[in-house]
Write a protein of this length. Structure first.
Length: 137
């Protein structure tokens, strides 16, 4: 029997994760400033220069309401300046299914996101096995 399709009405908002490396942090800083100036209704999260939660590389997160998707995401698509980006919905299973299955990735190479997702899943397993608590922001 086929699984039922997910209902988009369950989306409570979105997260965008912007990934950077030490050499691209200045680009990430410039983009972050532009986001804060142009989109005061979004919430820009902390810098994570080390892996955090399912994110195995440096990143920061932007949280926003579903109503902002049509304004913010197209702008980001045009202005990401080469940074890898993951957009995922906030649902009852935001960390699990939303990151792995429901996310939209824009990266310099599709393989880069597959690698990030695989390393993120491995990092979560390792943290769980070690008893360390995972952080998800």
């Amino acid at each position: 029997m086929a699984e039922a399709f997910a209902d988009p009405a369950t989306i409570q908002g979105y997260h965008v994760h912007l990934y950077y490396a030490p050499e691209t942090r200045p680009v990430a800083e410039r983009l972050r400033t532009a986001i804060e100036e142009r989109f005061p209704q979004v919430r820009v999260g902390s810098w994570h220069d080390e892996p955090v939660g399912p994110h195995p590389v440096a990143m920061y997160q932007v949280a926003f309401a579903a109503e902002e998707f049509s304004r913010f995401v197209p702008w980001l698509m045009l202005n990401r300046e080469g940074l890898n980006v993951l957009v995922h919905p906030l649902t009852d299973d935001s960390v699990g299914r939303s990151h792995r299955v429901c996310g939209l990735a824009r990266s310099t190479a599709a393989a880069a996101h597959r690698d990030i997702a695989a390393r993120g899943a491995q990092a979560v397993k390792e943290r769980s096995a070690s008893g360390r608590r995972a952080s998800w922001s």
